[in-house]
Design a protein around this ligand. Structure first.
Ligand code: PGA
Length: 247
């Protein structure tokens, strides 16, 4: 099974989203792909309604650290789950940077998502300068260890890790298949060190960053990669379906 997460980010009006989801619901059929569409909060209920009869899962792109109460403008895990989301992206680099989400905050978000029975897609990845300075391994280890602090091994069954080097997001540049393979190995090693070899082997690891119709050919068969997180190339339903049908 390949896991694919479409990250709509902050795109599409209500009507555009509606026709996109209707198109995806009728045209997507690939029983080798487990597909989630991670949509803006305001479209979650619509997503549940339009995707209910399809195999596509509804996902959110973030959630609050808090359970409920005094957090004006925030959305809780309970709200997401009860509106129809099954999955949620946590720690996307755009949020880490713009909203200063750090390891502690991401750890709290993961705990809240688990409490509310949401599966998690945890995004990790180094910046261009960290990469140049040879700090990739260090950054990845720190991001995983701070995110998973205090978790029980069985809780990892509800988590996927998406390796998204920041320099590859929206740039059209991707790491080589060899590099992706090496990072995926490192990720499994970190989980093995901190939990168990079985947990390291079982962890589902996705790649994200400029996955599109062109790049997918080179990266789709990288050993150890269980799927992809797709941003820009998911926005056009036709283009996205072509990628999905080729997996
Ligand atoms: P991209 O975005 O596919 O447009 O590079 C991926 C992401 O930000 O999750």
């Amino acid at each position: 099974m390949k896991y694919v997460v479409a990250n709509i980010k902050m795109n599409k009006s209500y009507d555009e989203m509606k026709s996109y989801l209707m198109g995806m619901a009728t045209r997507f059929s690939n029983d080798k792909v487990d597909l989630t569409i991670a949509m803006p909060y305001t479209y979650i209920s619509l997503g549940k309604f339009l995707l209910e009869e399809s195999a596509i899962r509804v996902g959110g792109q973030n959630l609050s650290e808090d359970e409920e109460g005094k957090s004006t403008g925030e959305i809780s895990g309970r709200m997401l789950r009860s509106s129809g989301a099954e999955n949620v992206i946590i720690g996307h680099s755009e949020r880490r940077k713009r909203f200063k989400e750090d390891g502690k905050s991401i750890n709290l978000k993961i705990k809240s998502a688990l409490k509310n029975r949401l599966n998690i897609i945890l995004c990790i990845g180094e910046s261009a300068s960290e990469n140049k300075l040879g700090k990739r391994s260090e950054v990845i280890r720190e991001q995983i260890e701070s995110a998973f602090k205090g978790l029980y091994e069985n809780e990892l069954d509800n988590i996927l890790i998406a390796y998204e080097p920041i320099w590859a997001i929206g740039t059209g540049v991707t790491p080589s298949a060899k590099e992706i393979g090496a990072v995926v190995k490192e990720i499994r090693k970190i989980i093995s060190d901190d939990f168990s070899t079985t947990a390291g082997e079982k962890m589902r690891v996705l790649y994200g960053g400029s996955v599109n119709g062109k790049s997918i050919g080179q990266i789709k068969n990288v050993k150890g990669v269980d799927g992809f997180l797709v941003g820009g190339a998911c926005l056009d339903g036709g283009e996205f379906l072509q990628i999905l049908n080729n997996l």
